[in-house]
Design a protein around this ligand. Structure first.
Ligand code: ZN
Ligand code: ZN
Length: 297
């Protein structure tokens, strides 16, 4: 990654949040309550990432009211994926160019540093990829969240301080942000490295039971690339997918409807890979074979 590609204002904010958090962690007692709030907030933020930022805003896996959409929008900002518009734009870009030239975060194309964290601090992500989100930009409240995404986070931090003082603020508020950042950066690389593919999607996406367990279903990433518009990332009964379960609860409560619960690929041009055929269909070096299909959003 070249120095000229770096967005320095984002880099400085990013480093300051790390420095401030680690400094406060080093000087704040760790109690059982702090551990509870840390894991609770990591779970809350990550569920917001998979359900709101990823499945709803990036892939529109269901319909909902404008009011509940705004709630999902605020939840999305609390994952520190910046705003729903920003994340959806970058993520739709990933699906369009997955592991080919132009992908924002591809280990195959750009190696570890850029696919892990380089893309987040790049000018390209923050300045040039706000296309493909006209369906979201027509809602003024989402545009407002795009500019003021940090406000819900400041309100949450104030609330946590009010609830439990410095300990809960530091571990539940700040450290959970940094943890969710690095969880998101790690899995965006690992989803295309660890595990095995089920479908011939033309990219390096894989399915991993372990990653799916850790990420509330996101680890069924090859399934997701084969059928991006489905709310259901686990296609088999044994493929645990907590994110989908949350949408089923939302549906039962009348908060969402038209939930896309389809399993299998989105169209017949994406065949299943039989284990014996993996070497031919993915190529010796893991690159897609000429007949494979790159799934468009
Ligand atoms: Zn992917
Ligand atoms: Zn996706």
């Amino acid at each position: 990654m070249r120095v000229s590609e770096v967005n320095y204002s984002i880099l400085i904010v990013f480093l300051l949040v790390h420095w401030l958090t680690l400094d406060l962690v080093a000087t704040t007692d760790l109690s059982a309550e702090a551990v509870f709030w840390f894991f609770g907030m990591v779970g809350f933020r990550w569920l917001g990432f998979t359900c709101a930022a990823h499945r709803y805003f990036s892939h529109r896996v269901c319909s909902t009211s404008r009011g509940f959409q705004a709630v999902l929008g605020v939840w999305s900002t609390l994952t520190m994926a910046r705003s729903p518009i920003r994340f959806a734009s970058g993520h739709r870009h990933h699906h369009l160019f997955s592991d080919s030239a132009g992908d924002l975060h591809s280990f195959r194309q750009d190696g570890f540093f850029k696919s892990y964290i380089g893309w987040v601090i790049s000018k390209r992500y923050h300045e040039n990829v706000l296309g493909r989100v006209s369906d979201l930009k027509r809602f003024p409240e989402l545009v407002l969240l795009n500019q003021w995404y940090f406000v819900p986070n400041l309100v949450l931090l104030a609330l946590l301080y009010k609830i439990g003082g410095r300990e809960v603020l530091v571990y539940g508020g700040l450290l959970s942000i940094v943890a969710v950042w690095h969880l998101a950066f790690s899995v965006s690389v690992l989803f295309h490295i660890l595990g095995k593919p089920t479908y011939c999607t033309g990219d390096d996406s894989k399915n991993s039971f372990l990653l799916a367990l850790l990420t509330f279903g996101e680890g069924w990433h090859n399934n997701h690339h084969a059928n991006p518009r489905s709310a259901r990332l686990g296609h088999e009964w044994w493929q645990l997918d907590l994110g989908f379960f949350v949408f089923v609860v939302f549906e039962r409560c009348g908060l969402v409807w038209n939930l896309n619960r389809s399993c299998g690929p989105s169209h017949a041009g994406i065949p299943k890979i039989s284990p014996a055929k993996v070497p031919q269909e993915l190529g010796e070096d893991g690159a897609p074979a000429s007949g494979s299909v790159l799934v468009r959003l």
